[in-house]
Design a protein around this ligand. Sequence first.
Ligand code: GDP
Ligand code: IMO
Ligand code: MG
Length: 431
Amino acid sequence: MGRHVVILGVQWGDEGKGKIVDLLTDRADGVVRFQGGHNAGHTLVIEGQKTVLHLVPSGILRPNIHCYIGNGVVVAPDALLAEINQLEAAGIDVTSRLHLSAGCPVVLPFHSALDQAREVKRGGQAIGTTGRGIGPAYEDKVARRGLRLGDLLRANLCAERLDVLGEYHNFMLTSYYDAAPVDVGALKENVIEWAEALGPMIGDVAGALGAKVTEGQSFLFEGAQGALLDIDHGTYPFVTSSNTGAGNASVGSGVGPAIFDTVLGIVKAYTTRVGNGPFPTELFDDVGARLADKGQEFGATTGRPRRCGWFDAVSVRRACRLNGINSLCVTKLDVLDGLDEIKICHAYRIDGEEIENSLMDAAALEAVEPVYESVPGWHESTVGHREVAALPGAARSYLERLSELVGVPIDIVSTGPGRDETIVRRHPLKG
Ligand code: GDP
Ligand code: IMO
Ligand code: MG
């Protein structure tokens, strides 16, 4: 029987999911994306060479691994084609190993134009989206007017649908947002090119996965964004427009929820956030600046600086429970090297009272103040360590305390961006 693992970010994204998915793919047959779109930026560093993936699953750099984009992912064909071309130019065979669900909603130029126009209109209340059109594309899906990848293969239906979408969205863009309209004629031509280039990869991903699971193959389900950006359970309205949680691994790819053996949560040893919204443990001092600098905290998609702060055990504990996370990976431990003191937020204070569980929406978080405990730091380097025993005692104690506060065992620790700079105590695909 195969084994199946869901891999999720447990903070506000950029926890190092791409690195860990690539690493664990050594024992998998395939990798499946199930939500989000090219708002994601997943970084892989192999033998010093860096690759940033946005839509292509993080198994593509291992030959023989098949990569699936499930129906829950919103796909921008131009962005996907650019990514495929870049990978193929680097000598990686993508087209024969990438499978796209016919049910994926297509991200069209209307969507990015609307996303950007809305952010401008929101002014000081802007969400800080990636501007990629992710929210408007999911809106069209739920409104039942969107275009899906499978529709690209039906030229007439596609052209009719684009006329309807053009009329509706261009009205909004020009009359409400005072923005430029999208040229529907040019878009129809693009769509013909997209259909030709992507056509051979579009098919029944749910059906293929079902058959391969039955055959006994093993899959990794790669989350994008993070638990606190979840549309339902995150810091609403400062969230992304999909369910980032474990449940969506099933819905967003078309496999039954009983197949999963492990839900592996990825957390940074501290916290970062890119975009706006509440962040109780954010640091505005030298320590925050040091984390940003040492951790090279710039968005992999937009290049924006990431906000940095201490580890927030309250939000991570809640996210672990919401998603049934039963195994944890802590990344970027090395970034904490050299600090005298490290703080962990173990509770929130509201109206003078300490609480250990809170709703995560923006209105609830506005009222909280973090309650910290302080633990000793370490001065030795942990960079590239591959054994727990080699870590400084204070680093081991820090990890133990995180695990205790969150209530989940730490099975993997990352000590550098490279594939090999990792401590694997328990591999989730190893029997
Ligand atoms: P993802 O979106 O969750 O895949 O994460 P990103 O790729 O956006 O951001 C993680 C960043 O941290 C990337 O630049 C990685 O190369 C880097 N990284 C991952 N793990 C480690 C680690 O353990 N130590 C250090 N120093 N960098 C890491
Ligand atoms: P990965 O997969 C970090 C954030 C944006 C913004 C909010 C909404 O690399 O971890 P959107 O464009 O999705 O409508 O923006 O979500 N965001 C991410 N932050 N990592 C990501 O992906 C993100 N994808 C979206 O910054 O705050
Ligand atoms: Mg990222």
